[in-house]
Design a protein around this ligand. Structure first.
Ligand SMILES: O=C[C@H](O)[C@H](O)[C@H](O)COP(=O)(O)O
Length: 231
């Protein structure tokens, strides 16, 4: 790993530790997905093992996070209608008002289903995820049903041209829910809530990686320290 990549990993971990410091014993915790959320899950496991926390239950946003949580000793339960006390997750882009793009790791649907039930959604990231407007650096992942996916992609391309179906090698990428993902290029100027409505109203779409008005705060780590951003 290059020095630069190593530094970025250290920053992600720093942000994760700040977020995990907010978790209290007995809480039901939404466990995010991705390379930053991984540090939070590991730290929660460490705190349980070292007796700094007890009675934590994790609700995982992907099979990978569920596996990791069990590995580090966090009891994992399925999502049910009860609220979660807190959820901790990474993001692909963070706008100034803490609206987010998520889902480059493919977990957007389970993340949204879980995090919408969290009393507090805490985002952890390194400074490269900060943008002045959503879509500046990352595509917007849109989860779509496999059945009729080419027709769904065509419907999406009518107002979001230039995107592409996500691939893993020569095959379509398949989410934990058995769906495909269309990575859309966002226009330079758009109203996020309106776009979200339009995409969700497109036949064949399951959900989008736009997480609007959901995050309470973000810990964003940069070389000169961790910044806490509050919505
Ligand atoms: O589907 C993946 C999730 O939305 C991740 O939280 C997001 O992609 C950020 O992942 P990472 O921390 O690896 O950059």
């Amino acid at each position: 790993m290059s020095d630069q990549a190593q530094n970025l990993e250290a920053l992600k971990k720093e942000a994760a530790l700040k977020a995990v410091a907010l978790v209290q014993s007995g809480q039901r915790v939404g466990l995010g997905t991705g390379s930053t959320a991984k540090y939070a899950i590991e730290e929660l496991g460490r705190k349980l093992r070292d007796g700094e926390l007890s009675g934590i239950v994790g609700v995982a946003t992907s099979n990978a996070s569920a596996d990791l949580a069990r590995e580090v000793g966090i009891p994992v339960e399925d999502l049910d209608p009860r609220p979660l006390d807190i959820a901790i997750d990474g993001a692909d882009e963070i706008a100034p008002n803490l609206d987010l793009i998520k889902g480059l790791g493919g977990a957007l649907l389970r993340e949204k289903l879980t995090e919408v039930q969290a009393r507090r959604l805490i985002i952890i990231a390194d400074h490269t995820k900060i943008v002045s407007r959503l879509g500046e650096k990352a595509p917007l992942p849109i989860e779509i049903a496999q059945f009729g996916f080419l027709s769904t992609v065509e419907r999406l391309r009518e107002f979001l041209p230039g995107g592409r179906l996500r691939m893993t090698g020569a095959s379509n990428y398949v989410t934990d829910n058995g769906n495909f993902i269309y990575d859309a290029q966002l226009p330079a100027d758009f109203a996020p809530a309106e776009l979200e409505r339009r995409i969700k109203g497109t036949l064949g779409v399951v959900d989008t990686g736009l997480f609007l008005c959901m995050a309470e705060r973000a810990f964003v780590a940069a070389p000169d320290g961790v910044q806490e951003l509050v919505r």
